[in-house]
Structures are given as C-alpha cells and as structure tokens.
Design a binder for this molecule. Structure first.
Ligand SMILES: [Zn+2]
Length: 212
C-alpha cells in the first residue's frame, strides 16, 4: 500500500499486534507511514482510516521532513558545523567547519568524545551533590525519546548520547535530574527542590530542552 502526496509515493507499513487495543498512525524517520493496529483489524478499515485521515498524514510527512532537514547539520557541544571530507586521518575544527576523514562515522566519534566528557561532568556533579547518594554508574546510549534514565535499584544512570550535540549545561541538568531520582523516584515537590538545590537555574534549562 502507498499514499501519494505532492507527486511522491510513501509506503504504508501495517504492523498488526495482538496486544494493541488502539490503532496508531505515525510517520517515522524512514518517511514511511506506520500503522500499528490490532491483529483483527480488517484491511478495508485500515484503508478507510487512511482515507479519512489523509490530511493529517500529509501534515505528519511535512513535519517529519522539516525535522530531518534541521537535523542534518553537524552539531557538537551546542555549535553547528559544516562537514568537509578530506584525506586527513583525524577530525579537526576550524571556525564553523569540521574537517573529517572520508570514512567518518559521526555516532562513533560522538561516542568516543562523550565517554570522557560525560564522565567528567558526572563525577563533578556527584562530588558536589548536596545530599548523600550512592555512587551511580554511568552508561551512554543513543535514545530517541528521553535524555536520561535512572535505575533506582541498580543505581545505573543512562545518558542520551545526543546530549553531546548540545551545550554542556543541558548535560549537567540531566545528570542532576537523574541523580536526584536516587533520593526521590517521582517528580514530587521534594524532588524538584533537590534538583534546584543542586542547580538553582534548572527551570531555564528544563524549559529550553522542551524546544529541542
Ligand atoms: Zn525524571
């Protein structure tokens, strides 16, 4: 199945799962229309659903395409760079340009930088934390929907690799947020008070992160 919009054909992928109560339509990064629905939904009602929601689906395609255009730049610590491929073996920054080898893999490179940088900020925040907390261990992973996760039982804090693209103040905020979860598992008043104690202007960063 396909949907035609602006003279382009977009694939429709139907995923039927037994446990799904509702039907969802999403346009994902691959620019395909993903329909998740119940195992027993007949094809004709999926077709009807697509026709009924044609306009909304086109809007979803538009916003996914805009999102991808904006994400194509190379970001590092809050600055955007133009990527230039060269024959040199290492990565070099010069003003608004970054010179990279032909086989440059951004995520691999980001991960390497993040390992030291995140740990440095992590230890710093831990050492200056206003309350006694167990020493958490740090994991770094690329995540699509969260900046950080705290496992309050195993004391593992996972930070999103994507934070390397932003100014380090956001990294610090996420670290403080997740460390505060080691005392308060919820987002209660006392939780936010603890965050504030460790980062007085946290509200600003938290709100700015919502814009990303
Ligand atoms: Zn939280």
């Amino acid at each position: 199945m396909q949907l035609t919009y602006n003279n382009k054909d977009y694939d429709i992928i139907v995923e039927k799962k037994r446990g799904n109560r509702n039907t969802y339509i999403r346009v994902k990064k691959d620019l395909c229309i993903h329909i998740t629905t119940n195992y027993f939904t007949p094809m004709f009602s999926i077709e009807k659903l697509i026709n009924d929601n044609y306009k909304q689906i086109c809007n979803m395609i538009d916003s996914q395409e805009i999102k991808q255009k904006n994400n194509n730049g190379f970001f590092y610590l809050g600055k955007q760079y133009i990527v230039i491929y060269t024959d040199i073996k290492k990565v070099e920054f010069q003003n608004d340009k970054v010179y990279v080898p032909q086989d440059f893999e951004p995520d691999k490179w980001y991960k390497k930088q993040a390992k030291d940088l995140f740990l440095e900020h992590f230890e710093d925040k831990y050492n200056n934390f206003t309350k006694h907390i167990p020493h958490p261990s740090l994991r770094i992973r690329k995540m699509t929907s969260r900046w950080g996760v705290c496992n309050t039982r195993s004391h593992v804090i996972t930070l999103n690799l994507e934070l390397i693209k932003r100014d380090t103040k956001y990294l610090d905020y996420v670290i403080v947020h997740e460390m505060s979860h080691l005392i308060h598992g919820d987002h209660s008043r006392s939780f936010w008070n603890l965050v504030e104690e460790n980062m007085p202007d946290y509200k600003k960063y938290r709100d700015e992160m919502k814009e990303f």
